[in-house]
Design a protein around this ligand. Structure first.
Ligand code: IPM
Ligand code: MN
Length: 354
């Protein structure tokens, strides 16, 4: 096996957490005798500083040539006041659409060791294990017309049949490998775009009769995620609602610093931690590298079809947590405070093939 990965460390803590992940990949490559080649490119604020744009054609080309992309995080105070198209966030949207990454998978899973870190009572949270499946290259994020002038501002929420069909198919397929339950989340009581979305989802469902489909309005879904998160398996939703619900879902697990994500299209795939670039702790060796390492686990499972490797990585995360090691964001009394590199060393120690 010979694989090519493009690394986009990005800004803030991005470089530190991606270099942790690289150490893990190198160890995996030794253990499993896989040849792994890396290409590193600038993306985000650091790309703007050098080239005047957050995303260059060179970076896009490198991503297209590799088997998978690992992204750290982009953005920071320094670039907050740039004009819209120059911002790191605009670069991220352009990258998603250039690579056609229409499926965004954001798991909300609870590590038992971290139950106490949540703002929810642990009896409500225990057993939570669902994913937010967010459509990532359409909807109001990309719809036209869009703009503002002195008297009004406007965006367009639009979904084509094809866009809804392909994400719905993904949702049902993923649910088949899980608890076989899809909750479609929309705002069909108000928005025509959602009425159309719901209609297409139920048509696609005809091919997946073994999977249960439930519809929920987005306001109710936000409430249900906090009230009883264990009821969910796969939440299927559009770009904007998925943005909001995935933050709520990540937060209730008490471990935003722990959660990975995957963005997948027909040809390319990108993996990144859910958390941001945390400029306040950048360069201080304090960041939690586990979300990025867990994103690697997703990469091995989904892109390289190596669930065995993915399990080895996930098990080492669980073992490291069980041994009591914590970075500052998840530290509590009685546990052992470690740095980014300290946590990475523990993960490397615990990478064991059973
Ligand atoms: C996310 C982020 C992005 C989004 C921003 C940074 C453009 O919030 O990945 O959830 O809204 O999609
Ligand atoms: Mn978001």
């Amino acid at each position: 096996m010979n694989i090519n990965i493009t690394l986009l460390p990005g800004d803030g803590i991005g470089t530190e957490i991606v270099s942790s992940a690289v150490k893990v990949i190198e160890k995996i490559s030794e253990i499993f005798k896989i040849k792994i080649n890396f290409t590193e490119e600038l993306f985000g604020g650091c790309s703007y500083d050098k080239y005047g744009v957050p995303l260059t054609e060179k970076t896009i080309e490198s991503c297209k040539k590799s088997d998978a992309v690992l992204l750290g995080a982009v953005g920071g105070y320094k670039w907050d006041n740039l004009e819209h198209s120059k911002k790191p966030e605009a670069g991220l949207l352009k990258l998603r659409s250039s690579l056609g990454l229409f499926t965004n998978i954001r798991p909300a899973k609870v590590y038992n060791e971290l139950l106490d870190a949540s703002s929810l009572k642990s009896e409500i949270l225990k057993g939570t294990d669902f994913i937010v499946l967010r459509e990532l290259t359409g909807g109001i994020y990309f719809g036209k017309p869009r703009g503002y002038d002195d008297t009004k501002g406007y965006n367009t929420m639009i979904y084509t049949k094809e866009e809804v069909e392909r994400i719905a198919r993904q949702a049902f397929t993923i649910a088949r490998g899980r608890k076989k339950r899809v909750t479609n989340v929309d705002k069909a009581n108000v928005l025509e775009c959602s009425q159309f979305w719901r209609k297409v989802v139920s048509e696609v469902h005809k091919d997946f009769q073994d999977v249960e489909l439930q519809n929920m309005y987005v306001d109710n879904a936000a409430m249900q995620i906090v009230r009883n998160p264990t009821q969910f398996d796969v939440i299927l939703t559009g770009n904007l609602f998925g943005d909001i619900l995935s933050d709520i879902s990540g937060m209730i697990t008490g471990s935003l610093g722990m959660l990975p994500s995957a963005s997948i299209g027909e040809k390319y795939a990108l993996y990144e931690p859910i958390h941001g670039s945390a400029p306040d702790i950048a360069g201080k060796n304090k960041a939690n590298p586990l979300a990025t390492i867990s994103s690697l686990a997703m990469m091995f499972e989904l892109t390289f079809k190596r669930k065995d490797i993915s399990d080895v990585i996930e098990n080492s995360i669980k073992k490291t947590l069980a041994e009591g090691y914590r970075t500052a964001d998840i530290f509590s009394e009685g546990t052992i405070l470690v740095t980014t590199t300290g946590m990475t060393d523990q993960i490397l120690n615990d990478l064991i093939v059973q």
